[in-house]
Design a protein around this ligand. Structure first.
Ligand code: GLN
Length: 304
């Protein structure tokens, strides 16, 4: 998990729970390594080389990378580097809200060669604004301009991984909390270079889900799928991340959406899959492993 850690906020806790729900469904032990995004940046390499090395070691040792939502530009470059690392090394990646926006910025810089591409949230003067302030918003009334709550996303590419994970639904309703969005004018350029905008709002102009079809699992969402994840009913895209990180994505994509919302037929060892658990606490699964959440380091799992 590559974020900006000044303590665990509610949104990180929701993301953590969603990872846990998905891990239980996949019958894998979840180990979360907390990487402070700024520690991955060049400036840290100069100022605190040990911290920099430790952050990159943690990232490179991970089976999957998640960049959650956020505001403000601290750590943005580190998040971009994490997305680049995941994209180039085919490591499963899920970017949520800001996490999707930074993945789009990274793609614009690396794949389109637009070196100053940015969100106007971080560089209002960029000559390649690939993430922009939503036109209906008002910059002078920040409080009231956030696009909030449940909104509908329509799948535009029926065979994409996200649509399959959502049981081939034609649309999904997920929760939102953002002011910026992918610049729709740049979408054709991105799509020509291989980044697919598989989910959009009802107008087709607002990008809700990105995917890289050429990558094992590289998904970003403008919405926050973590808010609808529940024990026994993991969020589809978190399930995709954990399944991809544990070598089970193909099996999940083949079977998911038929009857059961959890993994059918015990993919890992043929025994019945775990169906429910209580209170989000660690449980013993049928194969005897402990499906808990483990963090490195001090009590709350946060490294400063
Ligand atoms: N929740 C988020 O991640 C918000 C992302 C970004 N800061 C925006 O306002 O669009």
């Amino acid at each position: 998990m590559v974020g900006k850690y000044t303590g665990l906020s509610d949104s990180y806790l929701s993301v953590l729970k969603a990872l846990l729900h998905a891990s239980v469904a996949c019958r894998r032990k979840l180990v979360v390594e907390w990487v402070a995004a700024g520690d991955l940046e060049d400036v840290t390499a100069k100022e605190a080389p040990d911290v920099y090395k430790n952050a990159w070691d943690l990232l490179k040792g991970s089976d999957g990378v998640l960049v959650p939502g956020g505001f403000g530009d601290r750590g943005v470059q580190g998040k971009i580097l994490a997305a680049k690392y995941a994209r180039e090394n085919k490591v499963p990646f899920l970017g949520i809200c800001l996490g999707m926006q930074i993945a789009v910025i990274e793609f614009a810089r690396s794949a389109l060669g637009l070196h100053d591409a940015n969100s106007t949230e971080f560089d209002p003067e960029t000559s390649h604004p690939c993430v922009i302030f939503m036109p209906e918003g008002s910059k002078t009334h920040m409080g009231g301009t956030m696009r909030l709550g449940s909104r509908r996303t329509y799948f535009k590419v029926p065979n994409c991984k996200s649509a399959k994970l959502y049981s081939n639904a034609s649309f999904v309703d997920e929760r939102h909390r953002h002011r910026y969005e992918v610049n729709p004018n740049m979408v054709p350029q991105f799509e020509n270079a291989g980044l697919s905008f598989v989910g959009r709002d009802e107008t087709g102009q607002r990008m809700e889900i990105i995917e890289l079809p050429s990558h094992p699992y590289f998904v970003g969402t403008q919405f926050h799928p973590e808010f609808k994840s529940r024990p026994g009913k993991p969020s589809a895209l978190f399930l995709g991340l954990i399944a991809a990180a544990s070598g089970q994505l193909d099996a999940v994509l083949q079977n998911y959406g038929h009857e059961n919302k959890l993994l059918p037929n015990g993919i890992s060892n043929g025994k019945p899959s775990v169906k429910t658990y209580q209170n989000g606490n660690a449980i013993k699964s049928s194969n005897g492993s402990l499906n808990g959440v483990y963090s490195n380091g001090n009590g709350n799992g946060v490294h400063h």
